[in-house]
Design a protein around this ligand. Structure first.
Ligand SMILES: [Mn+2]
Length: 324
């Protein structure tokens, strides 16, 4: 796989006859975009025509990583799907035939009859890159760098909290092929990511919907990562929360403010009937220096406990009411 061949492949996509459609999730982060791109290409190289489908806009850092590459525009995206970095099977018209993901299957999700590869690694791209390696496909430096960048972003620079042994091993292999020292690449990607200031882009970039087992919406939870001093327009964020609270019992936005030394402050904003329950949970979990700075806002200075969304999901989903 070379960068030039990738360009040619992407040009050819529009002319393929009934290819498999390989899609990352609708708020495409780098892992979603790169995993779908390389899985589609890998399938095609292996004799199964497939095209990558980008749902949504390329994020700033992903666009930076991919350079001149453009995802193909496929006019009517229906047919057989392969899902990477998510497995929201019910959201697709047509048949989902395969899943490559690192998010666990939740109770009540039905993936029967689908070729499922879900493993608890730090990035879906790690699984795709392993498949490329197993297929004996050679990667040039530019392609290895794209895969490496996606793994670095999804594991927060191979952080021990996010990266598994498989991610670390794959990153080492990709570093050897790309000649790219991983930490400078990660910091440049992070710099690109934190430079975004559009509140809508920030809100939608890392949004997760939590539902009851029967699919009833319970909580919408966005994480907005920015540089300290680069606070997004909070009025716009609040408007969006109020809008989402029409769908969910509570809509939550966590704004993470990164300092140059990588320490961080956080703000939790919430709207909806269960907003108070969420903000109280955040106050209790974060330690004594957490403060309620407005009726809808909790501020966490750098010395607080900063729990991830996954933990809050586990804690909150047991107590929050469904949207009724
Ligand atoms: Mn991912």
């Amino acid at each position: 796989m070379t960068y030039e061949r990738l360009m040619t492949y992407l040009d050819d996509c529009a002319r393929m006859e009934s290819p498999l459609l390989v899609a990352g999730h609708p708020a495409p982060d780098t892992d979603a975009a790169v995993s779908s791109l390389f899985e589609a290409w890998r399938l095609t190289v292996g004799g199964t025509p497939a095209v990558p489908i980008l749902q949504g806009k390329l994020s700033r850092e992903t666009a930076w990583l991919l350079g001149d590459l453009a995802f193909p525009t496929i006019p009517k995206a229906s047919g057989k799907w392969v899902l990477t970095d998510h497995h929201d099977v019910a959201a697709y018209d047509g048949e989902v035939v395969a899943i490559v993901d690192h998010h666990p299957v939740a109770d009540g999700e039905n993936v029967a009859g689908i070729d499922v590869c879900i493993r608890p690694v730090g990035a879906a791209t790690t699984i795709v890159a392993e498949r490329v390696k197993q297929d004996g496909i050679k990667l040039d430096a530019a392609c290895a760098r794209m895969l490496l960048g996606a793994i670095l972003l999804d594991t927060e620079g191979l952080s021990p909290y996010k990266a598994k042994a498989e991610d670390v091993a794959m990153a080492e292999w990709l570093v050897s092929l790309s000649g790219e020292p991983p930490m400078p690449l990660y910091h440049e990607l992070k710099e690109q990511l934190l430079s975004e200031s559009d509140p809508t882009v920030l809100y939608e970039r890392d949004f997760r919907a939590y539902t009851a087992p029967d699919g009833t919406p319970v909580m919408g939870f966005a994480i907005l990562k920015v540089k300290q001093g680069n606070l997004p327009d909070l009025a716009a964020v609040r408007r969006r929360l109020v809008q989402d609270a029409q769908t969910y019992s509570v809509a939550v936005a966590k704004v993470v403010l990164y300092a140059p030394d990588d320490s961080r402050e956080e703000m939790y904003l919430a709207a909806g009937s269960a907003a108070d329950a969420v903000l109280t949970e955040v106050l209790v979990r974060s330690g004594p220096s957490a403060q309620r700075t407005a009726p809808d806002t909790v501020f966490l200075p750098a010395d607080c406990h900063h729990w991830g969304r996954k933990r809050y999901g586990l804690w909150l989903m047991e107590k929050l009411p469904e949207k009724g």
